[in-house]
Design a binder for this molecule. Structure first.
Ligand SMILES: [Zn+2]
Length: 90
Protein backbone atom coordinates (compact mmCIF):
# COMPACT_ATOMS: atom_id res chain seq x y z
CA UNK A 1 0.00 0.00 0.00
CA UNK A 2 1.23 3.45 -0.91
CA UNK A 3 1.50 5.88 2.01
CA UNK A 4 1.12 9.57 1.17
CA UNK A 5 2.21 12.36 3.50
CA UNK A 6 -0.39 15.15 3.69
CA UNK A 7 1.47 18.44 4.25
CA UNK A 8 -1.60 19.94 5.98
CA UNK A 9 -2.42 17.05 8.35
CA UNK A 10 1.33 16.43 8.87
CA UNK A 11 0.95 12.65 8.69
CA UNK A 12 1.31 9.78 6.24
CA UNK A 13 -1.99 8.11 5.39
CA UNK A 14 -3.02 5.23 3.08
CA UNK A 15 -3.48 6.12 -0.57
CA UNK A 16 -7.22 5.26 -0.44
CA UNK A 17 -7.74 8.55 1.45
CA UNK A 18 -6.37 10.55 -1.51
CA UNK A 19 -7.37 11.34 -5.07
CA UNK A 20 -4.99 12.11 -7.91
CA UNK A 21 -5.81 15.51 -9.46
CA UNK A 22 -3.50 15.66 -12.47
CA UNK A 23 -0.20 17.23 -13.31
CA UNK A 24 0.90 20.11 -11.09
CA UNK A 25 1.71 23.63 -12.20
CA UNK A 26 -0.56 23.73 -15.29
CA UNK A 27 -1.25 27.44 -15.85
CA UNK A 28 -4.62 28.51 -17.28
CA UNK A 29 -4.28 31.15 -20.05
CA UNK A 30 -4.75 34.63 -18.55
CA UNK A 31 -7.37 35.54 -21.16
CA UNK A 32 -9.08 32.32 -22.37
CA UNK A 33 -11.13 34.22 -24.99
CA UNK A 34 -7.91 35.46 -26.61
CA UNK A 35 -6.24 32.02 -26.65
CA UNK A 36 -6.04 30.20 -29.97
CA UNK A 37 -7.64 26.78 -30.36
CA UNK A 38 -4.18 25.18 -30.19
CA UNK A 39 -3.26 27.07 -26.99
CA UNK A 40 -6.56 26.09 -25.38
CA UNK A 41 -6.18 22.46 -26.43
CA UNK A 42 -2.64 22.46 -24.99
CA UNK A 43 -3.99 23.79 -21.68
CA UNK A 44 -6.78 21.22 -21.54
CA UNK A 45 -5.08 18.08 -22.82
CA UNK A 46 -1.29 18.19 -23.22
CA UNK A 47 0.66 16.78 -20.29
CA UNK A 48 4.32 15.85 -19.96
CA UNK A 49 3.90 12.16 -18.95
CA UNK A 50 7.59 11.73 -17.98
CA UNK A 51 9.43 8.57 -17.03
CA UNK A 52 10.87 9.38 -13.61
CA UNK A 53 10.01 12.26 -11.29
CA UNK A 54 6.61 13.84 -11.97
CA UNK A 55 5.04 16.85 -10.19
CA UNK A 56 1.38 16.10 -9.40
CA UNK A 57 -1.61 17.55 -7.61
CA UNK A 58 -3.31 15.40 -4.98
CA UNK A 59 -6.34 15.93 -2.78
CA UNK A 60 -6.82 14.48 0.70
CA UNK A 61 -10.50 13.72 0.04
CA UNK A 62 -11.05 11.53 3.13
CA UNK A 63 -9.05 13.76 5.45
CA UNK A 64 -8.67 17.53 5.43
CA UNK A 65 -10.05 17.84 1.87
CA UNK A 66 -7.23 20.13 0.74
CA UNK A 67 -5.19 20.07 -2.47
CA UNK A 68 -1.41 19.79 -2.31
CA UNK A 69 1.50 19.04 -4.63
CA UNK A 70 3.68 15.95 -4.71
CA UNK A 71 6.66 14.53 -6.55
CA UNK A 72 6.14 10.91 -7.59
CA UNK A 73 8.65 8.64 -9.27
CA UNK A 74 6.63 7.07 -12.09
CA UNK A 75 9.02 4.10 -12.31
CA UNK A 76 8.85 3.02 -8.65
CA UNK A 77 5.42 4.64 -7.93
CA UNK A 78 6.86 6.19 -4.75
CA UNK A 79 5.99 9.71 -3.65
CA UNK A 80 9.29 11.33 -2.70
CA UNK A 81 8.01 14.74 -1.48
CA UNK A 82 4.80 16.64 -0.83
CA UNK A 83 4.26 20.35 -0.19
CA UNK A 84 1.46 22.82 0.30
CA UNK A 85 -0.03 24.80 -2.58
CA UNK A 86 1.86 28.08 -2.96
CA UNK A 87 5.07 26.77 -1.43
CA UNK A 88 8.16 26.35 -3.65
CA UNK A 89 8.87 22.91 -5.11
CA UNK A 90 11.50 21.10 -2.98
ZN1 LIG B 1 -4.80 16.25 4.96
Amino acid sequence: MLLIHCPYCEMARPEIEFRYAGEAHIVRPADPAAASDAEWADFLYLRTNPRGTHAERWRHVHGCGRFFNGLRDTVSDRIVATWRVGEPRP
